[in-house]
Design a protein around this ligand. Sequence first.
Ligand SMILES: Cc1ncc(C[n+]2csc(CCOP(=O)(O)OP(=O)(O)O)c2C)c(N)n1
Length: 623
Amino acid sequence: MQYLQNIKSPKDIKQMKVPELKQLAQEIRQELIQVVSQNGGHLAPNLGVVELTLALHMVFDTPDDKIVWDVGHQAYVHKLLTGRYEQFHTVRTHGGLSGFPKRSESEHDAFGAGHSSTSISAAVGLAKARDLRGEKSNVIAVIGDGALTGGMPYEAMLNAGNNKSNLIVILNDNEMSIDPNVGGMAEYLSRARSNPSYNKSKEEVEDLLKKIPAIGDKMLKAADKLKDSLKYMLVPGVLFEELGFSYYGPVNGHDLSALMTVLENVKNMNSPVLVHVVTRKGNGYGPAEKNPDLFHGVGAFDIATGQVKNKSAVPTYTSVFGKTLTALGKEDDRIVGITAAMGKGTGINLFQEQFPQRTIDVGIAEEHAVTMAAAMALDGYKPVVAIYSTFLQRAYDQVLHDVALQNAPVVFCLDRAGIVGDDGPTHHGLFDFSYLRHIPGMVCMAPKDENELRHMLNSALKYNRPVSLRYPRGAGLGVSIEEPVQELPLGKAEVLKQGSRVTLLAIGSMVEVAKQAAEKIEAELGFAPTVINARFVKPLDEETILAHAENSELLVTMEEHMLEGGFGSAVLELLNQNSMDSRRVVRIGIGDEFVPHGKTELLKQLAGLDADSVVAKVKEKLK
Ligand SMILES: Cc1ncc(C[n+]2csc(CCOP(=O)(O)OP(=O)(O)O)c2C)c(N)n1
């Protein structure tokens, strides 16, 4: 490394010439590949923005100018250029750098992210604050074509268009979301990219059109119409122009000189502009160029071959979900699979292979996915909406107002529920019981293992009401799969082991921990506690829970979820409604703070969700 290690702040690149910057770009790619091959992370998105990030830091001066990264998974290069090279090897490890922009990490991180499509809104906010203070600086949002399938960017553009102050949107168009991008905007951008006249600005085209001679009044009107339609054909980004943004591009996102020229042109402009930059996801590393979806967010891999390491032989919850849905789809052609840009991530892709007509990828548009599902359900279909727990957060009102209020039988499959590990607080799925269980009519359940997930999915489709079903990230427990798939009685818990003195009442992933804790308690304390798989947070199995509360010295609720508003809270409410003493209840779950990033096992241990911590808690309380 000749240059990278000496860059302590963006100032250190300002004097560099293009050939040196090109060398630096190579070093950055080397570092990205090296570190992500060890730690895992978002490799392909970052390889695609090396030149773009260099050009941004050449032309703009952070932290006075603000760069807002959408999703933020592509901010590694920005981290390397803003004084974090020496810590970069710690990215995504516990106590190390975050995989996303974080205000507490650097003054150059203007706004945190992790969820998609927020950057233009945040940039508008920063620009408004700047204007109110009467300051001058540049605010730049960098947003991908995938993120532009969400609704928020349009809300923000409609709000900001035609403003008379500086706002720069960089559209990083690589034709990919995680999977190939979908929808009308993707098609529109593709036309803009392929337009041969792309260097003409709207003004140039209008000048050109003015030269078309007009003959007579009627002809004049016709000519005006013709001009309008010609304008649409000649200006690639006219849609953005109509929203009040000046459009520049498309620009080759790997041509440093071209990028710097266009950024210099738009710098300090006192009106909203959009620069359309065309990049290649994975650029500069063969395996990532070939498989940009695999290398979007990848685990540790072998650099020479691009082979991912440590793949578990046990099937993931995701794949069991996808296979089960496909099998159920064969029996019932009313079943529809819906994903918000996470076909592979959720396993909906397996259903899609069999039933392309009955699969809908809406793009990163969770709100739309949910309302659309509500309507399909009310019109006789059985929509299964597979969305990560963390991403359903933004569709809360749609779940309440469009699904539940109309009692639409939509099944929500919440993958990545619980602690997800290295992606950290933006991605942990720790809130779904709280944001769903207070909604009237909603069923909330969680399986103890991948076999029970199948039964729950089958049951959910039969309950004929809104149902949410949550399961963890990664491999299942490796249990055997029972055939045929069963229907579980609604709101019935499963008593796994009848014991004495203490009842471990667990939901989802914590059932396995309860079993381990029970063995340890028996070995260490000489009595066998009762172990119950709650299955349902709503409706609760009131009878079973009240009976065990009555007969136990301690009732320990266990959930991989926030304590506030979660499963244990539901149990406390139940006891209270029945005038029972709640002092015997011990709740195990996550306390009132955001869980950081790190290895899942470690984070669980730190949060007291492992068997040893449970045993310690029981011992302490029994005293
Ligand atoms: C609300 C929300 N839904 C889903 C995701 C998962 N996700 C992360 S990045 C991504 C694709 C983003 O594509 P794009 O904006 O084009 O960026 P690229 O990775 O192609 O650079 C998706 C779907 C998310 N982060 N937030």
